[in-house]
Design a protein around this ligand. Sequence first.
Ligand code: HEC
Length: 194
Amino acid sequence: MRAAWPVLVSGLVRPACQVELAALAALAALAALAALTALLTVTGCAEAPHGPLAGASDAWETAHDGEAPKPRATAAPVWEVYSEVQQWPAINPAPFTSRGHQPEQSVDIRVNEAARASYTGLVTDTVFPEGSVLAELPRGMGHGYAMRKAGGVWSYFELDAQGRLLASGTPLALCAACHSEAPADHVFGSPRSP
Ligand code: HEC
């Protein structure tokens, strides 16, 4: 029985014919694919999606804490606004030694536009606006610390030196316990005289 099928095939179709048939089948498949692609392109054009404005990032508003890492990430994911945060000017004129977090390290504080006036003019009844982001980033190696206010509540983020998320939470208990002792709205403020 082993030889029955080849015999049957070769009995019906000559080998040269088989090659021609295979080529024809391939051509037909290609044509079908092209037609499908054309159809999809037309459909796609009909309902062109309206994305966000170029340059207007809303990643940190829509992202959720504890979200599963992006598929292409191999290690812990980089905090989604990390590259943006690094562009914000430092609040402090020169790096200072952080005493709030262990081990002590030389840091800069960077805050977004929404938080700038509140942070630089911090007084005891300061309440930070919605969307405030505060980050204390190490000079060189060390850990970064960040806070973001959404829905009136602070989320806390601990980062490695490359901005990868080591921990985050709303709140992150360890951070929140100490920051609830801070002078204004869970915020300490940078030292006035470094
Ligand atoms: C034992 C107290 C303590 C703990 C715990 C703590 N912080 Fe802080 N944090 C401070 C102090 C004090 C400052 C003021 C600047 C400094 O000395 O680092 C500060 C500053 C900050 C700032 C800059 C904004 C501000 O308040 O002026 C951020 C952001 C921050 N911490 C995030 C965190 C995160 C995230 C955690 C948890 C992973 C955390 N902190 C844990 C005491 C603490």
